[in-house]
Design a protein around this ligand. Structure first.
Ligand SMILES: Nc1nc2c(ncn2[C@@H]2O[C@H](COP(=O)(O)OP(=O)(O)OP(=O)(O)O)[C@@H](O)[C@H]2O)c(=O)[nH]1
Ligand SMILES: [Mg+2]
Ligand SMILES: [Zn+2]
Length: 386
């Protein structure tokens, strides 16, 4: 089957990033998976899956799929063919990495932007003022994904004050590479391309209109993604890309092009905060009080690092803001789980023949439950967040 308008053939499993680990996973599945592949795009109820040299639309339904996960672009999957309903995703391989943000809305829920990635391109357009706080947020999420972040500063051909801007980004980037590039002049393209080798999968992560899809087209050597103008007045993009698409780049691995993202809510960060703010985290670890607010408390490591000039004010302010956001989310999650549990309890009680249980849980019971819940959630860390 031709994969795109260029008439190129669909890649084989190996070129899709399939490894011997996935073979072992597939060998251990119940039943005999009929088709193996990688999710290239998720639509409502269906996913486009690249298979060995072909592509198939497979249903992803909660009744059929033998996992709690919903498929995300980049997932490795096993497909079964149902006599009546056609192909469906029966199993999803555990994710080696995943780029996850907090879904918008009040209920604390994760949203997977891309799965099984090696690199995250944290992208920002030099045609507008740089927002360092935004880049920090992106870095936290990228580090937490388990993949390596790389900062791409696009549209260097139209940058104002380019050197100052690039230097300010390098300043907060730590060890993360920063590449200034342009699809117009070609600056930085080789450097970026050199990061994509063989089976590498990279996810693009940035605002609308910064040239993500234009870059994909340049690397593909043809038009595979639609691109759109930005509004002249405020440089805003028009959300041209609306799905998260896995795109094979011949001989260079795969790129996941994503719709521009404005809101970047953190989702349960563990490593990400430490990797993004190493000096601040190290200073905070020396505070006399474990629950130090880093304001006027005696023996505060953060204040003393600020006084030394080892860390910067604006970064500390943002770090505090992100820490507070994560803490609030923990509380919301606790509250949410408590509510779910009490609802489940109420349902169970109602089912018992009219006989209502009157004993309410004591505060001690509740505290024990909280501790257990937190311990469970921490165990989720090692597994990578889905
Ligand atoms: N000057 C300049 N313009 C560029 C460059 N790269 C892309 N553009 C233009 O920027 C506009 C937006 O490009 P897209 O590739 O559609 O941006 P996107 O990030 O994919 O946007 P969404 O799909 O909406 O998230 C188009 O008009 C491109 O021609 C560049 O390096 N320099
Ligand atoms: Mg796009
Ligand atoms: Zn402190």
């Amino acid at each position: 089957m031709a994969l795109d308008d260029l008439g190129r053939l669909a890649p084989d499993l190996h070129s899709l990033g399939w490894t011997s680990d996935h073979d072992s996973w597939a060998a251990g599945l119940d039943g005999n998976p009929e088709i193996l592949g990688r999710v290239a795009r998720v639509s409502r109820g269906y996913s486009l899956v690249f298979t060995d040299g072909d592509a198939v639309m497979a249903a992803s339904s909660s009744t059929h799929t033998r996992t709690d996960l919903a498929p995300a672009t980049g997932d490795f999957v096993a497909i079964q063919d149902d006599q009546d309903d056609g192909p469906y995703i029966a199993d999803i391989s555990p994710r080696a990495s995943a780029l996850v943000r907090r879904a918008s809305g009040r209920v604390p829920e994760p949203q997977v932007l891309a799965a099984n990635i090696d690199l995250v391109f944290v992208m920002h357009g030099l045609d507008r003022p740089v927002n360092l706080r935004r880049i920090e947020r992106q870095l936290v999420i990228s580090w937490d994904s388990g993949a390596q972040p790389v900062i791409l500063l696009t549209k260097s051909d139209v940058a104002e004050d380019r050197d100052t801007t690039v230097a300010s980004v390098v300043d907060i980037a730590g060890d993360v590479p920063v590449i200034a590039m342009s699809t117009v002049t070609g600056e930085g393209v080789d450097q970026m391309e050199a990061l994509l080798t063989g089976q590498t999968t990279a996810a693009m992560f940035g605002l609308s209109g910064i040239g993500k899809s234009t870059l994909v087209n340049l690397l593909s050597g043809g038009v595979v993604q639609r691109t759109g103008e930005v509004r002249a007045a405020d440089r805003r993009g028009r959300h041209t890309t609306v799905t998260r698409d896995l795109i094979p780049i011949p001989d260079r691995g795969l790129i996941i092009d994503t719709p521009g993202i404005r809101e970047i809510g953190l989702w349960q960060s563990y490593e990400g905060m430490e990797r993004t703010f190493p000096l601040i985290e190290a200073a905070a670890a020396t505070c006399r009080f474990a629950d130090c607010y880093h304001n006027e408390e005696p023996g505060c490591g953060v204040r003393s690092a600020l006084n030394d000039g080892t860390i910067a004010d604006d970064r500390v302010d943002h770090w505090k803001e992100l820490r507070a956001e994560l803490e609030l989310q923990e509380e919301q999650l606790d509250e949410f789980e408590r509510r779910m549990e009490s609802r489940a309890r109420a349902d169970a009680e109602r089912q018992r023949d009219g006989e209502r249980q009157t004993k309410r849980p004591s505060n001690r019971d509740r505290r024990q439950q909280d501790t257990r819940r937190k311990a469970n959630r921490r165990q989720g860390r090692g597994r990578r967040k889905h």
